[in-house]
Design a binder for this molecule. Sequence first.
Ligand code: C2O
Ligand code: CU
Length: 458
Amino acid sequence: RTPSQGMMGGQMMGNMGSTATTATTAKTAAHQLALPPLLKPTSASKTKVAYTLTAQTGALALKKGAKTATLGYNGNYLGPVLRVKRGQILQVTTKNKLKQATSFHWHGAILPGNVDGGPGQSVAAGQQKTIAFKVSQSAATLWYHPHAMGSTAKQVYQGLAGLIYVQDAVSQKLNLPDKYGVDDFPVVIQDRNFTANNQFDYAADHQNDGTTGKTLLINGTLNPYIKVTTKLVRLRFVNGSNARNYRLTLSNGQAMHQIATDGGLLAKPVAVKTLKLAPGERAEVVIDTSKLTSQVTVKNGQQRVLALRLASNRRQQGTLPNELTTLPTVDTTNAQHQTLSFSGMGSMVSINHQQYDPSRVNLTAKQGQNQVWTLKNTGTMMGNEIHPFHLHGVQFRILSINGQTPPANLRGYKDTVALTPGSTVKIAFKFQDRGTYVYHCHNLEHEENGMMGQIKVS
Ligand code: C2O
Ligand code: CU
């Protein structure tokens, strides 16, 4: 090493060490993790469950001093958990009490295009709209968030996002940890910056290549912990950040057992020491604390995400089976092939050199026909970024990443996949329903800048 290299290294280390993140984490007192309420249905039967969701303004006491102005569904920040069983009709009355248009998109849901809440389906300020669709997919942790063109990124940043838990016979038979807030916790990970007056400042933080913040908010909690009273604890991680990618580890180096991806259970648990999550992705893990004697922390690099405070007498509750579910083999017979190339940066991002135009249908497909899509992140000469590819209305399977079989924890149902710089990812799926759907980069600023296209399924 030459002295100058050494100094550069030292400076970089110094900069990293002095970021507000580290400082904030160290100074902020620990808080018990906030749990989004389980929403009470307005009506429920064997075949149908109905909910009401209201997008509204709110305020959160996050720091000493002024409250942070926020947006939330039925509350101050984020939204409640909607629970639905496979086979039931999910009906949601969506109300917009904001002073601006919003939309209610059901991310990861397999549903007809006209109820998916995409960019063309806004609910105007003061208006409401009721949608319904039959839930025909496997048990999974899905989520909902706004999708109106031009305001998606800002509204999500201010707090609009919530969870949908789909349950089915397979998931209910497994005896996995599933007591909400006891041994089964949602963990929505978001990053934010604050003004001196404790406000989210989207305008000032806005970056064309993705808005990121130095401080983590987990379910809207700063520096959170959970009390662990059972040997097994299940965490449902949701990357609800606009643009930040996470690499989650446990502070003691122990592996987590990943049991589910975006769209449902894996065939069997997969031990993962580092769990990567791009914006929009979800992963459910079970952590075995039976051999632990002191607190363990979920971390993202040096940053604390969630501390697990262990009760001394932890109960045996729930199990981690060797087999979880049977995933069908991927069928690619007579598939229609598409190639999508993701390129550019900042405001110049595009898919196949086109930017989103609401009046243009970029692709067409037939309902029920097998699809094989090749997704390429061709990068730019100027910079390299991960583009998390997301397609509405389906769950897909990953056939290959750079020609290789995907790692075991990416072999389940997915609706979002990270395209790392220079990579090629092949996916397979079919549209079960009809309508017009969007596909886009889930870096929300890239999406707003036009890294999105439309497909018409007939
Ligand atoms: Cu999570 Cu098109 O969205
Ligand atoms: Cu992108």
